[in-house]
Design a protein. Structure first.
Length: 315
């Protein structure tokens, strides 16, 4: 699924989490299986999660099952109902969920068992088009076909907030909703004019598209960027470096949120502490977002309460 209604979930009782930890005694056993929900295969969450899987399995007795999902909003639902033990989500979505605000599925229905583990890296907003469309600014999206990300995803939430902040509503464009990878195919086939993607650069689906198409990443800067930051405090200035994607030879100003690891209040403190320790004491084994992921920065932008196991590790 790509979106969830809070009412569709049974109250989180921890039953699924307990089942996932069957056979866990003390620091864990070879029987322990943990479910880790990532994102679409065309983004950053999925390959990074598989690198984390290897680190955790090499340094603990836990086994991680990494699952491709619709990302942040869906992952919150999976944590809430216990079908995931850990998940990657955006810090803005975490805030909305924990406080029962921002996204329709959360409004008035806070996800009380959501807990933070660590922040990882900036989730950069990419507004991608093909050079032939002539789109060079946010205002050029009026009257166009725009993919804002999977329905109910953090990407869609961010895209609509950005557009609303600069005076563009869903009445001003034709909205479409698909995954990162499918959105790139739509651009290539001429089925959409532009697509929003939120992910740490380089995003695989965009990099693949740039090898065959003349892409343009639309800048978000100046007065419009300030309006966006004024509208939502979790947005921060960011920049996609020159050369990140084929044919993009100049740095592109934009905004970003923050990727983070989240878990559930019901998870065993020793399990959360051991997983957190394994990741942040072996960051040298990562090849993705290595300039950003560190113990020193792992609480930057943390938008919700930490799990007690993470607190124990970070002190």
């Amino acid at each position: 699924m790509t979106q969830f209604d809070r009412r569709d979930f049974v109250k989180a009782t921890g039953v699924a989490g307990i089942a996932a930890l069957a056979g866990c005694s003390g620091g864990g056993s070879s029987e322990t299986r943990l479910s880790w929900h990532a994102g679409g295969t065309g983004g950053t969450y999925y390959p990074l999660s598989n690198e984390i899987k290897k680190i955790v399995e090499d340094n603990t007795e836990y086994k991680l099952q990494v699952q491709s999902t619709g990302a942040s909003v869906e992952n919150v639902g999976s944590l809430m109902d216990g079908s995931a033990n850990f998940a990657l989500i955006q810090n803005d979505v975490a805030y909305f969920a924990k406080n029962g605000t921002g996204i329709e599925a959360f409004k008035g229905e806070p996800v009380e068992n959501l807990r933070g583990v660590a922040t990882l890296y900036p989730e950069t907003i990419h507004l991608v088009t093909l050079a032939e469309t002539g789109i060079t600014s946010l205002q050029d999206l009026k009257g166009k076909r725009v993919n804002t990300g999977d329905l109910g995803s953090g990407t869609q939430v961010d895209a609509l907030k950005i557009l609303n902040a600069v005076g563009i509503t869903t009445d001003d464009f034709e909205e479409q909703n698909t995954s990162f990878s499918r959105a790139s195919e739509q651009l290539k086939n001429g089925d959409v004019d532009a697509t929003f993607t939120v992910g740490g650069w380089p995003v695989g689906a965009i990099a693949d598209l740039a090898t065959t198409e003349d892409i343009r990443i639309v800048p978000i800067d100046g007065e419009q960027r300030q309006k966006i930051k004024d509208a939502a405090s979790f947005f921060a200035d960011d920049e996609i470096p020159a050369g990140t994607y084929d044919g993009v030879n100049e740095a592109v100003p934009t905004v970003a949120v923050q990727a983070m690891i989240a878990t559930r209040a019901e998870e065993d403190a020793s399990v959360v502490e051991n997983v957190t320790k394994a990741i942040f004491e072996n960051t040298d084994q990562l090849t993705i977002k290595t300039d950003f992921i560190s113990k020193a920065s792992a609480q930057d932008g943390m938008s919700i309460e930490l799990h007690e196991g993470a607190s124990a590790y970070f002190g």
